[in-house]
Write a protein that binds this ligand. Sequence first.
Ligand code: BES
Ligand code: ZN
Length: 655
Amino acid sequence: MLYLWPPYYLIFKINMTNSVKFAGLLMLMTFLSCGGSGENTDETANDSTKLDTIAAVNDQHSYANTEDVRTSHLHLNLTVNFDKKTLSGNVVHDIINSSSTSEMIFDMNDETISKITLDDDTTSTQFTIGDDDDLLGSPLTVTIKPDTKKVTIYFETSPESSALQWLAPQQTAGKKQPYLFTQGEAVLTRTWIPCQDTPSNRITYSADIQVPVELMAVMSADNATEKSANGNYKFKMDQPIPSYLIALAVGDLKFASLGDRTGVYTEPSVLDKCIYEFADVEKMIVAAEELYGDYKWGRYDIIVLPPSFPFGGMENPKLTFATPTILAGDRSLVSLIAHELAHSWSGNLVTNATWDDFWLNEGFTVYIENRIMEKVYGREHSDMLLSIEFQELQHENDDILAGDHPEDTHLKLDLEGRDPDEGMTTIAYIKGALFLKTLEEVVGREKFDPFLRGYFAEHEFQTVTTEMFVTYLHEKLLTPNNITFNVDEWIYGEGIPENCVKVESDRFVKVAEKALTINSITSAKELKVKRADWSTQEWMHFIRQIPAEADETKMAMLDKEYNFSNCGNSEIMAEWYVASIQKGYDKIDPYMENFLITVGRRKFLQPIYEELAKTEEGLAQAKLIYSKARPNYHSISTGTIDEILGWESGKHLDY
Ligand code: BES
Ligand code: ZN
């Protein structure tokens, strides 16, 4: 199969002076006009629409010189050492040196490198490791020859590698075996693989991973469905992906099939819950395919990780990584699966070229997630989901506008010198999705759906910048249909534009009416709503709408009837804890503490710790809980919570 992913000349990086940049551009133009190119000459040179998309990509978060020389495939030979908390072995890069350069620059962060060899030569070539930046790591500059085809880096990861979370047996469901998982997005892959860690370069990969025999290894690749006898696992990912999507998990895993092309991996004791929860996954794939074209990745499996996983989900191709906090027992939180599945089109098939273009991944994905949910569960449900998110956008938009970086409310970001994590706000997600939904309403689905379908087809296995998308939007949708739309205001302007679609839910109006009566009743029975009468999202809305004047006795009244404090639904509990802290309702304390100690999902932790930190007493309580909980959290979560609580590592005793 041939993939039309960008030849190196379509994507090149500028981190040079202007004059060098200009000379480079001239060379590029000459190069193109001569019809010259490296690989994939025929597909691209003959396709004039592709040439329109020539863009300079400047990924400020990578040192790699991919414009000169780039990895096309990498092979990992790694042993997983749970005792030392390291991965050791080597990575073999197959390279394309289009400019006959004598230096190849990789990204690395904290690995120990013992030697680097070229092709079949066993003696080490020269290499230098540049200054270390906390966030970006160091440039690893390797001396190569113009005709070098293979660079092999022998290395060992640090036990502190931010991409890796090593769990002790007691942090797992089974409590008997250790566990390891990786998290690459955004700039963490370089902390476990020395590589060109930029989303603007796509690679295929393969791997040979050795783990203890009791454990099973899975990757974002083709996976076995049973443990191997000797702890050795071989993987292949034949479709080109950006480096942040390389992923590995190792644990006491068991597989269950959900359908012909779908299945779930998790610890044995969690498997039945997963099978029940994910019954609709195949329906979701069919819905997405009807809208945006075939699912291009073969299988779609899910791994449900231990609760310390810092995210809700991560769209590792072929194998979504997911938090167990979506296992509500009633399938009410599966929009998260629709979201990660949607990334199989937006993000994984068509990828943001830099982290400044993050909204192209996440905004598109939230939009598609909502379309999938509408198709599978109906408009009433998908409207509730979007309303919940819209409320979150309004709050965060106000907060960002009032802070130091109001420009962070632009869809197109400028994160130079900052952690790409700072761009992970509801702006990229929800403002991004609402931009597309507003366009959809103006243009009509009969035109908008084929437009998006065409966008994915024409850019599959490519990376795209915001500017490329804008050009494409004008050319393929707005100009031909004579439509004027405030594209620039949405993408390069602050806040939420006036013409944003109204996100409304009739069911939420009724919920809010009930919530208003809380102050005038003495028993929650008077609400005449049973727990099962409303969906998770209605209860979330209800909790958000509890009137400001309602005090802790009203909270106790509600808790008595609905047991929110310990109801087992993570979304409802997280909302309830925040509301309870505001009202001084402290009956939640033991449940909240238990939640904070077991769950490591940042989206839940952050608002709870923020709310606690607002008072002196709350801050002291938060610090006490955190000292017990922190060892269970991933570095992604501790990074955020340390800041909220003013926590300095080393100054406090972790229990
Ligand atoms: N790709 C993201 C997770 C991510 C973003 C990791 C940026 C690292 C850097 C994933 O698809 C995601 O958005 N997860 C959400 C779930 C979702 C339903 C909004 C999460 O984890 O909360
Ligand atoms: Zn996402």
